[in-house]
Write a protein that binds this ligand. Structure first.
Ligand code: DI6
Ligand code: FE
Length: 418
């Protein structure tokens, strides 16, 4: 206490929140502190604890009354395809009116229809099309979003997607991490020539985009309908040569051994994982690769096989939860909905779901030292909620109790005035 007071006298705080219950998410639980307080200095967490233990001589420039609400780390959506043009509600409706999938594909539907619309959009059109989706996340206390490319599938359009992602991060109160997903699908002009397309991805697209500073990580879609493990490995070799971390859409529709592959490269995460094998679980546990669960895609595709949650839990694989927000398989810009679905569909506990949208999502982005828990020295990103207990965040569906969001110490209303 004396030590804290002496430190405090030398350095006052920029802001202090009192009358809040904290869920720090430190350690393995919620890290609950009832009637707590949290202080910010220079955009970082400077102190937190029970209000009764507040250092008495410390002064804050601004004091906020948290009204008895809960305060958690800012939520982190660690897997999105949120930047794209057009949408596919026409296909959704056609399918429900009985038009067969093959017919929709023949009409040029599916992922390649989003590629056409995205290629036709300039950077600003992409940014504007994505704004309502991003602000939907930001209204839910999201303070960091990962955004993938992968609907351009040619250098210019992939660059526009990544630049639009970056500019969303510059114009909105959110941190954006951008991921190059050139190996998302084989574009129409490379039909039957997947190897040549992978060569283009590895030798031209990735080096050029990385040189422009647009790539924080590299992803691929490893699946029978997309890229083989051998093709994926070529992309990972190219990423590794450039010093970029990798992650993978793995085991979504079949077991390709993708999780073990990305673990072998020391990857940040393996995502989806409905068909993950025992060997895949073991490889991820050994490499510390995070499992990113995407129940929105599972729901939208009406899948029936759930990821091996218990095996991952028993093996100590960290599990993150994310929206996968995309126009084809998860048109769901709501991380709270993903948390609810992770519990109802995948049987995560509410504690695991909240850890999945904070601490473990930070790890999936390689940002565990910077964000994801309320920890002194980490970035002061947090969200306040009018709830009775942390489990409420996973319990309700279609309900947003967020009352305030704080980005690097700056408070804002959840709903942005654009
Ligand atoms: N897996 C998916 O479910 C989405 N991408 C991926 O790699 C599908 C994206 C789309 O259909 O637009
Ligand atoms: Fe995805």
């Amino acid at each position: 206490m004396d030590e804290i007071e002496r430190q405090g006298a030398a350095s006052d705080w920029d802001a202090l929140w009192v009358n809040v219950n904290l869920a720090t998410m430190e350690g393995t639980g919620y890290g609950e502190i009832r009637d707590g307080a949290i202080a910010v200095r220079d955009g970082r967490i400077a102190w937190f604890g029970a209000r009764a233990t507040l250092p008495v001589r410390q002064r804050a420039a601004v004091e906020h009354d948290g009204c008895g609400h809960w305060l958690t780390p800012g939520l982190i959506d660690c897997h999105t395809h949120i930047v794209y043009a057009g949408n596919r509600s026409d296909e959704f409706e056609a399918r429900l009116n009985g038009v067969p999938y093959e017919e929709i594909a023949r009409r040029g539907g599916g992922i390649l229809s989003t590629v056409r619309a995205t290629r036709a959009a300039d950077e600003d059109e992409l940014r504007i099309a994505s704004l309502p989706r991003v602000t939907s996340l930001l209204a839910e206390g999201v303070t960091t979003i990962e955004i993938k490319s992968g609907y351009g599938l040619e250098l210019g359009a992939e660059a526009r997607m990544l630049r639009a992602a970056r500019s969303l991060g510059e114009s909105l109160p959110v941190r954006v991490r951008s991921t190059f997903l050139g190996a998302h699908a084989v574009p129409a002009e490379y039909d039957g020539r997947a190897q040549d397309y992978v060569t283009l991805v590895c030798n031209e697209m990735l080096p050029a985009l990385a040189r422009d500073g647009l790539v924080d990580a590299v992803d691929a879609f490893c699946e029978t309908i997309a890229f083989s493990p051998a093709e994926t490995a070529r992309v990972f070799d190219a990423a590794t040569a450039l010093g970029l971390p990798v992650k993978l859409h793995a085991e979504q529709l079949s077991d390709q051994g993708g999780a073990a592959l990305v673990a072998r490269y020391g990857g940040l995460s393996a995502d989806h994982l409905e068909w993950l094998s025992v060997a895949g679980v073991r490889a991820m546990a050994e490499a510390g690769t995070v499992a990113v669960l995407l129940p929105g895609a599972f729901y939208f595709l009406r899948e029936t096989r759930i990821p091996p949650i218990k095996a991952m839990r028993d093996a100590g694989v960290r599990m993150a939860v994310s929206t996968d927000c995309n126009p084809g398989t998860s048109p769901m810009p709501s991380l709270l909905a993903a948390m609810n679905m992770a519990c109802t569909l995948f049987r995560l506990t509410p504690k695991e779901a909240l850890a999945g949208a904070t601490r473990n999502a930070a790890a999936a982005l390689g940002l565990a030292r910077e964000i994801g828990t309320l920890t002194v020295g980490k970035r002061a990103d947090f969200a306040l909620w009018a709830i009775d207990r942390p489990a409420d965040l996973s319990y309700a569906l279609g309900y947003n109790p967020c009352t305030e969001v704080v980005n690097a110490g700056s408070p804002r209303h959840p709903r942005l005035q654009l």
